[in-house]
Design a protein around this ligand. Structure first.
Ligand SMILES: [Fe+2]
Ligand SMILES: [Fe+2]
Length: 310
């Protein structure tokens, strides 16, 4: 890395610190503000919950689906932010005796991610208080973090960048006009994105910095590990789609036959793959950064893996 590149990067870390200070928010005073969730409203916007895919359901049942997905959204972020924060702390180590501006930017990133985990734990409890008993999210964030962090830093940062970028798209979809969408959940998207936008910049900087130290073979293995991580995320989504479809069928207030449960499960899985895999993988910024680091053949391997999850 030459001096000019180093100066430009240092400037980008510095701008992240300034933006982080400017947008800093508090869970109670800014996001929750004494509000609660209301079952007469949707918790996730239609373009995230893919409500049109749940073709056999009545309107009120589609609203219930958005509420179940809202709870799963809180749990999924509680899950991914555990390994993201651990990786940020790990790569921050490289800056201990180097660029103190970069170190500060990553310390703030970590602090914000701890706050987000708390916010999503609160959201899970608050949404849970409005829904029937019996919902389960049977995944241990620490076990998942351990498995994810066993992969190379390149692969983990690739997965992390696409996650932090899709929060922007989720926020955009939440601000579309919809009088039935929960204002509180809207603010969760808004405030989360305000801090995630700095994280996405830092992910890219750290990913490029890591990439610059890899051999061609190491990068090729890292591409395979990234594909394995996407597969692992999909495994979690598949299990949750089964769990959420079964919870819906038990609590929707009418008899749902086996065939319809299967169709509902397929719709949940499609929505979850969109929310947690494809909305990030197809983000223009992710595609641009990824393409600048890999070969055409590696790109084809990633695209083939993504296409198998449709
Ligand atoms: Fe976050
Ligand atoms: Fe983040």
């Amino acid at each position: 890395m030459n001096n000019t590149t180093r100066n430009i990067d240092s400037d980008r870390y510095d701008r992240c610190i300034k933006a982080s200070k400017r947008v800093r928010w508090d869970i109670d005073n800014d996001v929750i503000r004494g509000r609660t969730f209301d079952r007469s409203q949707k918790y996730l916007p239609d373009k995230l919950s893919l409500v049109h895919e749940f073709a056999t359901l009545f309107e009120s049942e589609k609203r219930f689906v958005s509420q179940i997905q809202g709870r799963t959204y809180a749990n999924m972020f509680g899950l991914v932010e555990r390994f993201i924060n651990a990786k940020v702390l790990e790569v921050g180590r490289d800056h201990w005796f180097g660029d103190q501006v970069a170190l500060e930017a990553l310390v703030r990133f970590s602090d914000e991610e701890l706050k987000h985990q708390e916010m999503f734990r609160r959201m899970n409890q608050m949404v849970g208080a409005t829904l029937p008993a019996g919902y389960t999210f049977d995944v241990d964030p620490n076990a998942v973090a351990g498995a994810v962090l066993s992969k190379s830093t390149w692969a983990v940062l690739a997965l992390t960048l696409q996650i932090e970028l899709f929060t922007q798209l989720h926020y955009r979809q939440s601000i579309e006009p919809d009088g039935e969408l929960s204002e509180l959940f809207r603010d969760v998207f808004l405030y989360h994105w305000k801090e995630e936008s700095q994280h996405a910049i830092l992910d890219e900087l750290e990913w490029r910095r890591n990439d610059a130290g890899l051999t061609t073979d190491e990068r090729d293995r890292a591409v395979d590990e990234f594909i394995e991580l996407i597969g692992a995320v999909d495994g979690i989504l598949q299990a949750q789609a089964v769990s959420d479809a079964s919870y819906f069928a038990t609590n929707c207030g009418r008899a749902v036959d086996v065939k319809e449960v299967e169709a509902i499960k397929t719709a949940f899985l499609k929505a979850y793959r969109w929310q947690y895999i494809h909305s990030g993988a197809s983000h223009p910024m992710f595609a641009k950064v990824l393409a600048s680091l890999i070969t055409e053949d590696q790109g084809k391997r990633i695209q083939a893996a993504l296409a198998s999850l449709r």
